[in-house]
Design a protein around this ligand. Sequence first.
Ligand code: SAM
Length: 275
Amino acid sequence: MAEALTQKTPLLRHNARMNQDPEKQAAPDADTTHFGFRDVPVGEKQKLVGEVFSSVAGKYDLMNDLMSLGLHRLWKRHFIATAKLRPGQRVLDLAGGSGDISRLAAKAVGSTGFVVLSDINAEMLSCGRDRLLDEGWGPQVQCAQIDAQALPFPDRSFDLVTIAFGLRNVTDKARALAEMHRVLKIGGRAMVLEFSEVQIDALKPIYDAYSFQILPRLGHLIAKDRASYQYLVESIRRHPNQAALTELMQLSGFEMVNSHNLVGGVVAIHSGFSV
Ligand SMILES: C[S@@+](CC[C@H](N)C(=O)[O-])C[C@H]1O[C@@H](n2cnc3c(N)ncnc32)[C@H](O)[C@@H]1O
């Protein structure tokens, strides 16, 4: 199901339950969904998101550091510290990209634990897999190319399922959350780290100016790709805010759902338990 980090070979794509066609089932009563500020046919969004991440994969880590002035590292450390992982636990990192969350989780669960770094996009996942290989991680970290909307794992397999800066890009968020809930052990926890709605009025105009004026230009200058960073900014605005995501998690079966804001709500951590 997941592949051991043995060599930098092409990744095998796991299509378990993909015949359910998550794109078509994403919103049975809707023909369109949003891709940034554009409305697109539901079946096209995943392909468009795929093009964004295939395009930015090579510069993804550099751009993250530049755009957040390094803050994303602190957010991710705080996120995993909040999870209170223990040695020996099993973690599934969805939309894991270049592997920051998986690496932190692997440190926390130690050699007796198990972490799956997963992503739908082969280019992003290869970056993560290669970085973890270069760092010498052993068999306790494996990787898998999978869609968060259709997880190829049995029920109740993991203690923690994370999705960091990934849920925003998923077409059917409710379905991904339901899948996260399904693969969690009883008492297990799902955690979502995502951009959210700024709650401090004085910060809003500064954040908007930075997002719409600076970020796409930075994308153009450094990654030679303005459109992908325009999508990033727009997708943040279309993502459910703190209250809406809390409700969505509750509707997906999670209990004790809570959220807390970082940097006044620029980013929020949502957490819920399977009981
Ligand atoms: C902004 S990156 C986040 C990467 C990493 N988690 C981090 O925090 O740096 C978003 C990731 O979501 C992945 N993604 C988008 N749609 C997905 C889906 N349906 N299932 C799994 N991964 C998905 C993309 O390929 C991309 O690697």
